[in-house]
Design a protein around this ligand. Structure first.
Ligand SMILES: *Cc1c(COP(=O)(O)O)cnc(C)c1O
Length: 396
C-alpha cells in the first residue's frame, strides 16, 4: 500500500525532498504508525516541532473549538486568540511586541526588514549590512537563504542578496572586525541547529551582546529551533545571560501547525509602522488558539523542566555510548537538542535505526541529531540507546 502512495507521489510532487520510503498515518505521544501499521519511536519530532508529541488531544480540542467559531478574517481586524498569544509571549520573554507569520523563514524575513528599516528611519541610509555566521541556517526564502552560511543551500540560486557578512561561529575576535559602519545587525542562532548542533562558549554571546551595544546595532537571535523549551529553558538566550533585541520563533510554537513569530523590544519594534510589513495568514485565530493551548500545556505540565532533566539523562547515556564506540567522536548539545559527531557518515546508521523502529536524523553528513518530543521518557531513551549500541557494535 505504501509503495503505491510513494509511486503516486513521485508522479505529482515537486522533487524537492529526499524522503524515506515511509508513509505515516497516525501518531500519539512519541509513537508514529505507518500505513502498514508499523510502529516507530520518534526522535525527530518533525524536526524539533512536535514538543508535546503527536496528536495532543488538548491541542486538537482547542483547534476544533476555535475552528467552530472563526477561521480567518485577515489582519484588517482584531481577533482574540492572536492578542492572547502575543500577551503570553511577551509576558514570558524579553520582548514587548510580536509580529505573527507562518514559518521560520518568514519570521527571519521580518527581522531582517525590521533591522534595515530601523537605520533607514534614522537617516542612516548606508547601514544595511548584516553579520551572520558560517554554518548557520535561517530558511529557504531568498533573504533567509542569503543569510544562511552553507554553500549547499545557496548553490544554483546565486547571485544571492549581497547583504550578509559571514564569519565563524564562536569567534569573538573576528566579529569585532566584521562589524563596520555599514552593519545594522548581527543575526545568530544561540545554538546552531542544522549546522551540526553547535553550542557557543559560555562567554561568547555575552561578548556579542556587548559589541552590538557598543556599535549601536541590533542583536537578532534566531530561536526557531532552540525556542519553546527545546534547550531546557523556554528560550535558549536564558542559558547565556543575554537578551537579544529581536528574536524569531516558529517550529515548536504550533506543535506542528504552521506559525512563525518575530518578537522585539519596544525600541526595536519602532521601525514597524502600519504598512511596513504584513502577512495574510499571520496569526490567524485557529492557529493562534492552538499555539496558546500548546504554551498553556507546556506551562501547566512543567515541560521545560522535564526537558532539562530528561536532556541531561539522554546526554549522559550518549556519553556512555561514546565510551563504548570509537566511531563517536563527540557528544554535544543542550536540553533535548542533542547530537553525536561520528567519524563516518551517519546515513547508514539512520537507516538501521529505522529498520529497528526508531526515527533519528542525520545532519552535515556526520552528525546524528536527536530532537525528540520534549515529553519523551527515560524508557524510550533507554530503548534508543540499546538500539544504537547494537547498530554501532554491528559495524565495528
Ligand atoms: C527550521 C529553521 C528555520 C526555517 O524555518 P522554516 O519554517 O522551515 O522556514 C530557520 N532557522 C532555524 C534556526 C531553523 O532551525
Amino acid at each position: 500500500m505504501s509503495k503505491d502512495y510513494i509511486q503516486r507521489a513521485d508522479q505529482v510532487m515537486a522533487n524537492t525532498y529526499k524522503r524515506f520510503p515511509i508513509v505515516f498515518e497516525r501518531g500519539r505521544g512519541c509513537t508514529l504508525w505507518d500505513a502498514g501499521g508499523r510502529e516507530y519511536t520518534d526522535f525527530v519530532a518533525g524536526i524539533a516541532v512536535c514538543n508535546l508529541g503527536h496528536a495532543s488531544p488538548e491541542v486538537s480540542r482547542a483547534l476544533a473549538r476555535q475552528a467552530d467559531k472563526l477561521f480567518h478574517v485577515s489582519n484588517l481586524f482584531y481577533t482574540v486568540p492572536q492578542i492572547q498569544l502575543a500577551e503570553w509571549l511577551t509576558r514570558h520573554s524579553f520582548a514587548d511586541r510580536v509580529f505573527f507569520c507562518n514559518s521560520g523563514a518568514e519570521a527571519n524575513e521580518a527581522a531582517i526588514k525590521l533591522a534595515r528599516k530601523t537605520f533607514f528611519d534614522q537617516g542612516n541610509y548606508n547601514r544595511w549590512r548584516i553579520v551572520a555566521m558560517e554554518q548557520s541556517f535561517h530558511g529557504r526564502t531568498f533573504a533567509a537563504l542569503s543569510a544562511t552560511g552553507q554553500q549547499k543551500v545557496r548553490e544554483g540560486f546565486e547571485p544571492i542578496l549581497e547583504v550578509f557578512d559571514f564569519l565563524a561561529f564562536n569567534d569573538i575576535e573576528k566579529l569585532e572586525a566584521a562589524i563596520t559602519e555599514k552593519t545594522c545587525a548581527v543575526l545568530i542562532e544561540p545554538v546552531q541547529g542544522e549546522g551540526g548542533i553547535r553550542c557557543p562558549d559560555p562567554a561568547y554571546l555575552k561578548a556579542v551582546r556587548r559589541l552590538c551595544d557598543d556599535k549601536g546595532i541590533l542583536l537578532i537571535f534566531d530561536e526557531i529551533q532552540t525556542g519553546i523549551g527545546r534547550t531546557g529553558k523556554l528560550f535558549a538566550y536564558e542559558h547565556f545571560g543575554v537578551k537579544p533585541d529581536v528574536m524569531t520563533l516558529a517550529k515548536a510554537l504550533g506543535n506542528g501547525l504552521p506559525i512563525g513569530a518575530m518578537l522585539a523590544t519596544e525600541k526595536a519594534s519602532a521601525a514597524f509602522t502600519p504598512g511596513s510589513h504584513a502577512s495574510t495568514f499571520g496569526g490567524t485565530p485557529v492557529i493562534t488558539a492552538a499555539a496558546l493551548e500548546v504554551l498553556r500545556i507546556m506551562e501547566q505540565e512543567n515541560i521545560v523542566k522535564h526537558c532539562r532533566k530528561t536532556g541531561d539523562y539522554f546526554k549522559s547515556r550518549l556519553t556512555w555510548l561514546k565510551d563504548r564506540h570509537r566511531v563517536i567522536e563527540e557528544v554535544r548539545g543542550i536540553g533535548l537538542m542533542l547530537g553525536i559527531k561520528l567519524s563516518e557518515k551517519g546515513a547508514p546508521i539512520v537507516d538501521q535505526c529505522m529498520e529497528k523502529g526508531f526515527l533519528i536524523n542525520c545532519i552535515q553528513e556526520y552528525v546524528l541529531r536527536f530532537v525528540p518530543p520534549l515529553v519523551i521518557s527515560r524508557e524510550e531513551i533507554d530503548r534508543l540507546i540499546e538500539c544504537l549500541d547494537e547498530v554501532f557494535a554491528g559495524r565495528s
